[in-house]
Design a protein around this ligand. Structure first.
Ligand SMILES: Cc1cc2nc3c(=O)[nH]c(=O)nc-3n(C[C@H](O)[C@H](O)[C@H](O)COP(=O)(O)OP(=O)(O)OC[C@H]3O[C@@H](n4cnc5c(N)ncnc54)[C@H](O)[C@@H]3O)c2cc1C
Length: 397
């Protein structure tokens, strides 16, 4: 099979990229290892930045394909003794987050892509990517045996364990870190307890409460790096969540049908391209869920590269924007990594480390929470970075 662009991975990044290329008339094939009915079933993102919604709407994906309606305007930081509610939408001139579960976004963009005549090859795992001066080649395996696709460009949108990124080893550098704690990711079958996000920076460890769907609420519980969901039977999980979130009895009888575990890793690959091969989203960089940034970054990459590839593969045959893709995106990515790293330190101290045991880490967290309470300049900076709004340099705090 020969095409202009092969997109590896039908996550948010791959599908949005493919949708934009297809609409512009660039021949594109998406290759996805999962079955169609498995796509986007793992619990993942739900918080979408204001700038992401503006960007997707400008590209024609807002409205009918992705009807962003549910707003999230406030978040609350709880320590053992203090509670600070930040009305970040008010601080950004009325610009909130939107709550839109990732699996819903993936399902809707996939359906729209196929309606427009786009091809997704499901159950095709990419095993190798090669390139030379003339073309790039992707080898896949699937139920019908191995297959080869030939393209002008291959884009790795294949997530954290990217095979496409591995094919660039030696040509790009990977900067990695792993935090010593894990988060249990819990989908609770209940409406949200309040209409905003709660971040509990508790002495026993971090916990959080986030809106997802009217009858589904996302909860997080920080646990030591050697623990797994098996160490947390439901009654223990409910007790600990209630204690850290400061909501005694609120989870009594609530079903917790899905409990997943998440290792907290961060990574940036530099540059995010080599020759005919480009990396987008989690395949290029990882950020912990602190601050809700990963999918937003992935979508920002996808839109920027789509414009570059439309100029390169379309009638203009101009590769300048695609060549500059990595240089354009990396400053945004590092800025976002820096925000998320700071945010993680505000809400969490690694369990079992001196930071948590000796009270110093807790003191630092309480220091940040009270600073957010009392310092309007810090609150304003936080509101813009968190909601994904570029600050107006002339506005007053
Ligand atoms: C619990 C949790 C909560 C999160 N919350 C938020 C949030 O609120 N806001 C936010 O912005 N981000 C959040 N994130 C991060 C966000 O989910 C990711 O950044 C996002 O999924 C990245 O999208 P992607 O398209 O780059 O990769 P992925 O979503 O990982 O998609 C990759 C796709 O590639 C496919 N694939 C992989 N390997 C191959 C192969 N060899 N061949 C073919 N196909 C392959 C996979 O099956 C998958 O469909 C969260 C993440 C987690 C885990």
């Amino acid at each position: 099979m020969r095409t202009d662009v092969v997109v590896v991975g039908a996550g948010p990044a791959g599908l949005v990229l493919a949708w934009l290329l297809q609409r512009a008339g660039v021949a594109t094939v998406v290759v996805e290892s999962q079955r169609q009915d498995e796509l986007g079933t793992a619990p993942k993102a739900g918080i979408v930045e204001h700038r992401t919604v503006q960007m997707l709407t400008a590209e024609g994906l807002g409205g009918t394909v992705l009807p962003f309606a549910a707003e999230n305007r406030r978040c609350e930081f709880r320590t053992a003794d203090e509670s600070t509610v930040v009305d970040y939408a008010e601080l950004t001139g009325g610009r909130p987050h939107y709550v839109f579960p990732q699996h819903e976004l993936v399902a809707r963009v996939a359906a729209s892509f196929r309606d427009e005549g786009g091809t997704v090859l499901f159950e095709q795992r990419v095993t190798a990517v090669e390139q030379d001066a003339h073309e790039a080649r992707v080898t896949t395996t699937g139920p019908a045996g191995p297959r080869e696709l030939v393209a002008d460009v291959v884009v790795g949108c294949d997530g954290a364990g990217s095979t496409v990124a591995r094919s660039l080893e030696g040509a790009v550098a990977r900067h990695d870190r792993r935090h010593p704690m894990r988060w249990l990711v819990i989908s609770a079958a209940m409406p949200p307890l309040v209409d905003h996000t709660i971040y509990a920076a508790h002495p026993r460890g971090y916990a959080a409460h986030m809106r997802r769907l009217p009858e589904v609420t996302r909860l997080y519980l920080e646990v030591p790096g050697d623990q797994s969901p098996g160490d947390w039977p439901v009654p223990r999980l409910r007790d600990e969540l209630e204690r850290r979130l400061g909501v005694p009895g609120a989870l009594a009888g609530v079903e917790l049908p899905e409990v997943d575990v998440l290792d907290l890793r961060v990574r940036v690959t530099t540059p995010m391209q080599h020759g005919r091969v480009f990396l987008v989203g989690d395949a290029a960089h990882l950020v912990t869920p602190a601050g809700g940034k990963g999918m937003n970054l992935a979508l920002g990459d996808a839109v920027e590269l789509a414009h570059g590839l439309i100029e390169r593969c379309g009638s203009r045959r101009d590769g300048a924007r695609a060549d500059a893709y990595s240089a354009t995106r990396l400053p945004v990515i590092w800025r976002t990594e820096a925000f998320s790293d700071w945010f993680l330190r505000v809400i969490s101290a690694p369990p079992g480390t001196a930071d948590q045991r000796d009270g110093f880490g807790l003191g630092l967290r309480e220091g940040w929470v009270t600073a957010l309470q009392r310092d309007p300049l810090l609150r304003r900076w936080f509101a813009h970075a968190y909601a994904g709004v570029d600050p107006d340099p002339d506005a007053q705090a």
